[in-house]
Design a protein around this ligand. Structure first.
Ligand SMILES: [Zn+2]
Length: 96
């Protein structure tokens, strides 16, 4: 069982959370081609390594937040609020 750090509630069981997919995706302006719009809607990177994701503490406080998760080890390197900038991950430390 994995513990996930909610920025508001602290460490909780993974069963209380839902992953919302890739975060920091910029919505294109309305006047774009169908190909650009389709790419925005349907195509996401699937990296082997650190992935920035949206998570929701659905069965807790209900808040959305961002997490930097390693897709191979599932280690969560950092969690941060939606309004916060991406933290510096170069130190490689795990979220506390
Ligand atoms: Zn919470």
């Amino acid at each position: 069982m994995m513990l996930i750090q909610c920025p508001w509630c602290g460490k909780r069981d993974e069963n209380e959370f839902v992953c919302g997919g890739t975060t920091h995706i910029a919505r294109p302006p309305s006047a774009v081609t169908d190909a650009v719009w389709g790419a925005y809607l349907f195509f996401r990177e699937n990296p082997k390594g650190v992935h920035l994701e949206r998570w929701r503490h659905t069965w807790g406080c209900g808040q959305w937040f961002n997490a930097a998760r390693h897709t191979v080890t599932h280690e969560i390197l950092a969690v941060y609020r939606m309004s916060d900038p991406v933290p510096d991950l170069s130190a490689g430390g795990a979220a506390s």
